[in-house]
Design a protein around this ligand. Structure first.
Ligand code: NAD
Ligand code: ZN
Ligand code: ZN
Length: 369
């Protein structure tokens, strides 16, 4: 049995998406078939669209899906048909990091999330009347489609309080930004905090810093509209990255330096400036998935004084615990990401990508029905 699905297929690196009918396999053991209602676009989708990162073509991307369970495969007990769910990243459940509450550092993270086939080795979709293999399983879902195959482990059951368009970005962008602030950096009220890059990941980190009551909250970006959004969400200061001396500008706001910085730009000069603007014992977490060939340089003496530079995946969060917790935060009025979202019909996927890449919208969410 297969399910006929409308999917946004990427056929050439750097090309546009084309909506095509594909045949999606039935869910196998441990797998879940989800009718996708909405899917956010994260910059990671745009990175994979533009650059070779181990994802074979033709491929269906999309990794912030939300919808309703249609069918479950053998052995799936955490969700049942009819349940409302958010899909997050895939992990194996068996390696040392999965066994010790860190599925985001799963030993099989790359093959499971970028490899194009399901964990049982099968190609999930067929095009052109079953003749052509279409790769998927992107982040254990491939949700730029009306249906997706996910796994029990990355299918998170949610309540009925929120519409799917508000739920979808919890699967990656919100979890990553917020989790980096809450978990990786454990921001506190006495911290001076800055976020470099005020896209959806950066602004989710900023919302968490606002929630924790950080005494100073600075947003840095080169798009003025994103800084206006940061102000609206609770930034105490904003800095336009227009070629000015960022270290001097940050030190001008916090002479003693910053305690916690989240970088979502992946730009060497920005990260270097952040490190130089850290207070002693300050920490900078970098999250960007950079283009091939990117290198970052800084004076190693900057790290003396107990400063730390670290990387993080998916906010150091286990989606089954963190996503319901963060939704609860939203419902109690302490994490309002609604202003970040702009809805697009699924058929406008290429326009949504272009608007996000140009900084015209922060978090486009495709609505499938
Ligand atoms: N580590 C993870 O688990 C993880 C998860 C999700 C996304 N990501 C990555 O995080 C990054 C951010 O994702 P996003 O969806 O928020 O993307 P985005 O493009 O919406 O946000 C990035 C922001 O950085 C700003 N920026 C770029 N260069 C700058 C510069 N030189 N100075 C100041 N600002 C600058 C851009 O204007 C933009 O607002 C991407 O690289 C994405 O691939 C990582
Ligand atoms: Zn694992
Ligand atoms: Zn993402």
């Amino acid at each position: 049995m297969t399910t006929t699905t409308l999917a946004a297929v990427l056929r050439t690196r750097g090309g546009s998406y084309r909506l095509e009918q594909v045949e999606l396999a039935d869910p196998g053991p441990g797998q879940v078939l989800v009718k996708i209602a909405a899917c956010g676009i994260c910059f990671t989708d745009i990175g994979v669209q533009r650059y070779e990162q181990g994802t074979p073509l033709p491929h269906v991307l999309g990794h912030e899906g939300a919808g309703t369970v249609a069918k479950v495969g053998a052995g799936v007990t955490n969700v049942a048909p009819g349940d409302r769910v958010v899909l997050s990243y895939a992990s194996c459940g068996a390696c040392a990091n999965c066994a010790h509450d860190h599925p985001q550092y799963c030993a099989s993270f790359m093959p499971l999330n970028y490899g194009g086939v399901l964990s049982d080795g099968s190609v999930p979709m067929r095009g052109h009347g079953e003749e052509e293999a279409i790769f998927g399983g992107f982040f254990g879902q491939s949700s730029f489609a009306t249906h997706a195959i996910a796994y029990a482990r990355n299918t998170v059951k949610v309540g009925s309080e929120l519409p799917f368009a508000l739920l979808a970005p919890f699967g990656c962008g919100l979890q990553t930004g917020a989790g980096t602030a809450y978990n990786t950096l454990d921001v506190k009220a006495h911290h001076a905090f800055a976020v470099m890059g005020a896209g959806s990941v950066g602004l989710a980190a900023l919302l968490a810093a606002v929630d924790r009551g950080c005494r100073t909250i600075i947003a840095v970006d080169r798009v003025p509209e994103r800084l206006e959004m940061a102000r609206r969400l609770g930034a105490t200061h904003t800095l336009l990255a227009d070629g000015r001396d960022l270290v001097a500008a940050l030190r001008g706001i916090e002479a003693g330096g910053l305690d916690r910085i989240v970088d979502t730009t992946g730009v060497s000069a920005v990260i270097r400036a952040g490190l130089e603007a850290l207070a002693s014992r300050g920490q900078l977490a970098m999250l960007a998935v950079t283009a091939p060939g990117t290198e970052i340089t800084f004076n190693p003496n900057t790290l003396l004084g107990g400063r730390a530079l670290k990387g993080a995946v998916e906010g150091d969060a286990d989606p089954q615990a963190f996503i319901p917790w963060l939704i609860g935060r939203h419902l109690s009025g302490r994490f309002d990401h609604a202003p970040l979202i702009t809805e697009y019909p699924f058929s406008a996927i290429n326009e949504a990508v272009a608007d996000m890449a140009a900084g015209r919208v922060v978090k486009p969410v495709l609505v499938m029905d």
